[in-house]
Design a protein around this ligand. Structure first.
Ligand SMILES: NC(=O)c1ccc[n+]([C@@H]2O[C@H](COP(=O)([O-])OP(=O)(O)OC[C@H]3O[C@@H](n4cnc5c(N)ncnc54)[C@H](OP(=O)(O)O)[C@@H]3O)[C@@H](O)[C@H]2O)c1
Ligand SMILES: O=P(O)(O)OC[C@H](O)CO
Length: 308
C-alpha cells in the first residue's frame, strides 16, 4: 500500500454514501462502507480510519454520532458530515449535532451541487469542504478531489451546510412550479427570491451571507431545482400532478429531506420572526392547509415592496 493511501469509512450505504465511496475509491484510498446491516460494529470499522464520513439522512445522525462517541478513534481522525437536513425537536444542523457529541475531532462539512446519480456516472461535478480547521478541510479535499470531482475548501461550515439543507424546501416549490407548467419566468423568480430567504435563515445561524452565492448555496439551489433526479423536486412535481404527499414520498427513490426540513424551518422562523414566504407556502401545502393553487396566488398577492 502507498504511504499516502488513507483509510476512509463511509457511514451509510444509501445513494449518497455509495457515490462518496466511489469517489474515494477512484483515488485509490482504502474505503469501507458501514451500514446498519454490517456484520462489523461501527466501532470496529472506524478504529483505523483517517476520515469518517457520515452520509446518513438526518434521522440517523444523532444515533450514529452517539455510537461513535464511545468508539476509540485514531487521534487525528477527521469527521465529515455530508447530511443535508435539520433535526426535529433540537432544530440542530448535522454539524451542530456532531460538534456537540464529538468535540475533540476536526469536523468538515461536505456539500454542493451533487446529484448522486450523475456522480455515479462519472459526470464532472464540484463540491465544497468547509471547516474552521483549514488543514482538516485540505485533508478531505485531497481525499475526494479527482479529474471529475473538483473540491473547493471553505471556512464557513454552517453556511455551506445550510445552503444544502434549505434548498431542499425550495426544490419542492420549484418542482411544483414546473409540474404546473408555470413557465421559466416564474421559476426564475421563485429561485431568486428563495435565495434571499435562505440567506436570512443562514445569517440567523451565524453563516456568512456570501457563502450562499457559492457552489453550496446558489450552485446547489440551481442543480436541485433544475433536475428531475432531485427527490425533493420530484415530490413537488408529483404534488402538482395531483398526488398526495404520502404518494409523492412513496414514489420517490430514497430520502427527500425537504419535507422534514420545512417543518423545522417554520418552527425556527416563527420563533425568530424570520421572513421565509416561499418556504412557508411549501410548509402549508405539505401540511394540507392550502392547495397548490392557493399557494401560487398567495405568493403573488403579497404586499408590494422593494426588492432589497
Ligand atoms: N443522493 C444525493 O444525491 C445526495 C447528495 C448530497 C447529499 N445528500 C444527503 O445525504 C443524506 C442521505 O441521502 P441518500 O440519498 O443517501 O438517502 P437514501 O439513499 O435514502 O439513504 C438513506 C441513508 O440514511 C441512512 N439512515 C436512514 N435512517 C437511518 C437511521 N434511523 N439510523 C441510521 N441511518 C439511517 C441509511 O442507512 P443504512 O445505509 O444503514 O440503511 C442510508 O444510508 C441526505 O441528508 C441527503 O440530503 C444526498
Ligand atoms: O435528491 P435531492 O433532492 O435530495 O438532492 C440531492 C443533492 O442534495 C443535490 O445536490
Amino acid at each position: 500500500m502507498k504511504s499516502d493511501v488513507k483509510n476512509v469509512t463511509i457511514i451509510g450505504s444509501g445513494a449518497w454514501g455509495s457515490a462518496l465511496a466511489t469517489l474515494v475509491q477512484t483515488n485509490q484510498h482504502h474505503v469501507q462502507i458501514w451500514s446498519r446491516q454490517s456484520q462489523l460494529s461501527l466501532a470496529e470499522m472506524v478504529s483505523n480510519s483517517d476520515a469518517i464520513v457520515s452520509a446518513v439522512s438526518i434521522k440517523g445522525v444523532r444515533t450514529i454520532a452517539e455510537k461513535l462517541q464511545t468508539a476509540k478513534l485514531q487521534p487525528n481522525a477527521v469527521l465529515v458530515s455530508a447530511t443535508k437536513g435539520l433535526e426535529p425537536v433540537t432544530r440542530q444542523t448535522p454539524s451542530q449535532i456532531w460538534r456537540s457529541l464529538i468535540p475533540d475531532h476536526p469536523l468538515v462539512v461536505l456539500s454542493g451541487p451533487n446529484l448522486s446519480k450523475e456522480i455515479m456516472m462519472g459526470q464532472p461535478a464540484a463540491t465544497v469542504v468547509a471547516s474552521t480547521d483549514a488543514s482538516a478541510a485540505q485533508f478531505i479535499q485531497n481525499i475526494f478531489a479527482s479529474r471529475n470531482f473538483r473540491v473547493y475548501t471553505n471556512s464557513d461550515p454552517i453556511g455551506v451546510e445550510l445552503g444544502g439543507t434549505l434548498k431542499n424546501v425550495i426544490a419542492i416549490a420549484v418542482g411544483a412550479c414546473d409540474g404546473l407548467n408555470l413557465g421559466t419566468n416564474a421559476k426564475s423568480a421563485l429561485i431568486t427570491r428563495s435565495l434571499i430567504e435562505i440567506i436570512r435563515v443562514g445569517v440567523y445561524f451565524g453563516a456568512q451571507p456570501e457563502t450562499f452565492w457559492g457552489l453550496s448555496g446558489l450552485g446547489d439551489l440551481l442543480a436541485t431545482c433544475n433536475s428531475n433526479l432531485s427527490r425533493n423536486y420530484q415530490v413537488g412535481y408529483a404534488i402538482a400532478q395531483g398526488k398526495s404527499l404520502e404518494e409523492a414520498i412513496t414514489n420517490v427513490q430514497g430520502t427527500a429531506e425537504g419535507v422534514n426540513t420545512a417543518n423545522v424551518l417554520i418552527e425556527i422562523s416563527d420563533r425568530e420572526k424570520i421572513n421565509v414566504p416561499v418556504s412557508r407556502y411549501v410548509y402549508r401545502l405539505l401540511q394540507g392547509e392550502i392547495t397548490l393553487q392557493q399557494a401560487v396566488e398567495g405568493l403573488m398577492e403579497r404586499d408590494l415592496k422593494p426588492e432589497n
